[in-house]
Write a protein that binds this ligand. Structure first.
Ligand code: NAP
Ligand code: FE
Length: 366
């Protein structure tokens, strides 16, 4: 079992950090591939800031803006063939987890010939272009992780590509891009970040360094719960959520996620439930499961949130999530079968068996 803390991504924080650091871009080469989503980067100022810097630097760029939420395998192969034809020197990802994850896979596939049936093999060469990431949601932490999570329609699930070569070189954190992030996306992404920090603390790979970072992330997110509930977030709150989500990304980059993420993928694939919300729906019951085996760890997590009992956690999540989706018994059985073989199921300090997974689904959504 490897327990380590490794973080090769340079993180530059603060308002206008993109515009104030043109040399970070000029060092990367002559031409950039910008990977982004369909519309938000054009409205929130992030794309303008990046292209202004490139333009002033005399650099060229091409834009691939066809990344959908929960990007598909087909989408990243399409992006890779575009990247090859544009002969780019580096990649800039702008957006939420979907464009950021897609950018990593596009880059990998543009640099290496990887057939479809070996995409998730984990065996890749070293070739990759340098990457700059500009997150515009505060949730996935993809700007500091070596993961690219893709939707595989063949397998009807989400699967991750994981490799140290997928760490971005630089991440810019500027909360101003999130000023107009709608309520649901803000809450769901904050829950995703919290889920990363919590799952990181419950991972077999957790260690004193990841625990320290995860604790800080949980405290930071918890300080924003009132603002999240009322959806009255200042720029400062947005900054805290972004910082906390990057910290949580640094945690899972080293610990991986656990059963919550593997169980959530079917909720997203079959029920179209946002990734962060899917985690949120399952988190309280997963904590209760862990509590039966490792009450000390759950106590530590709750203390970071100013709580003593898992019921307080559940009440908070009930309030944040509002009316919950319901699953039929057939759906629960099928999702359990899908979750069990996933690697992250076995990554937690108490490994849930099939019955446990079934019961977590039932208690959360039955
Ligand atoms: P997302 O799918 O990237 O974005 C959700 C929606 O928010 C999109 O419609 C997007 O618009 C919009 N949006 C993004 N930034 C905005 C802004 N500043 N203002 C207004 N709207 C904005 O959502 P996400 O939750 O950030 O990412 C989820 C993905 O990340 C999932 O695929 C998940 O599996 C993955 N993930 C990855 C990791 C990792 O370590 N790599 C960890 C956890 C989750 P556009 O249509 O323009 O994009
Ligand atoms: Fe996540």
């Amino acid at each position: 079992m490897v327990k380590q803390y490794f973080m090769p991504t340079r993180v530059i924080l603060g308002e206008d950090s993109v515009k104030n650091n043109p040399s970070v871009f000029s060092e990367m080469g002559k031409k950039a591939l910008i990977v982004t989503g369909r519309s938000s980067a054009k409205k929130n100022g992030s794309l303008d800031d990046v292209t202004e810097v490139l333009s002033k630097n005399g650099q060229e760029w091409s834009v691939f803006d066809r990344v959908m939420a929960n990007p598909s395998v087909e989408c990243v192969y399409e992006g890779a063939s575009f990247a090859r034809s544009e002969k780019v020197d580096f990649v800039i990802a702008i957006g939420g987890g979907s464009p950021m994850d897609a950018a990593k896979a596009i880059n990998l596939l543009a640099c290496q010939d990887i057939p479809r049936d070996r995409l998730f093999s984990g065996n890749y060469g070293a070739e990759i272009l340098p990457m700059i990431f500009v997150p515009t949601t505060a949730g996935t932490g993809s700007e500091v992780t070596p993961y690219s999570i893709l939707t595989d329609h063949g397998e009807e699930t989400k699967i991750s590509i994981a490799s140290p070569i997928l760490f971005p070189k630089v991440a810019f954190l500027d909360a101003k891009y999130m000023d107009n992030l709608p309520r649901d996306i803000t809450v769901n992404t904050a829950i995703d970040a919290l889920s990363h920090a919590v799952e990181g603390m419950l991972s077999v790979r957790a260690n004193p360094m990841t625990d320290a970072i995860a604790s800080e992330s949980i405290r930071m997110i918890s300080s924003c719960f009132d603002a999240l509930k009322k959806f009255q977030l200042t720029r400062n709150d947005r900054g805290k959520l972004l910082y906390a989500s990057t910290l949580a990304g640094m945690v899972i980059a080293n610990t991986g996620t656990t059963a919550v993420h593997s169980m959530g993928y079917s909720l997203t694939y079959y029920k179209d439930i946002d990734h962060g919300r899917a985690n949120g729906l399952l988190l309280a019951e997963f904590l209760k499961f862990i509590e039966r085996h490792r009450p000390d760890k759950v106590e530590q997590i709750l203390a970071c949130m100013g709580m003593k009992k898992t019921d307080e956690f559940k009440d908070l999540f009930d309030e944040l999530l509002g009316e919950k989706e319901r699953l039929t018994l057939d759906e629960i059985n099928m999702y359990t079968e899908k979750a069990m073989p996933k690697k992250n199921i076995r990554n937690s300090i108490a490994v849930p068996g099939k019955e446990d997974v079934l019961n977590i689904y039932k208690a959360s959504l039955g």
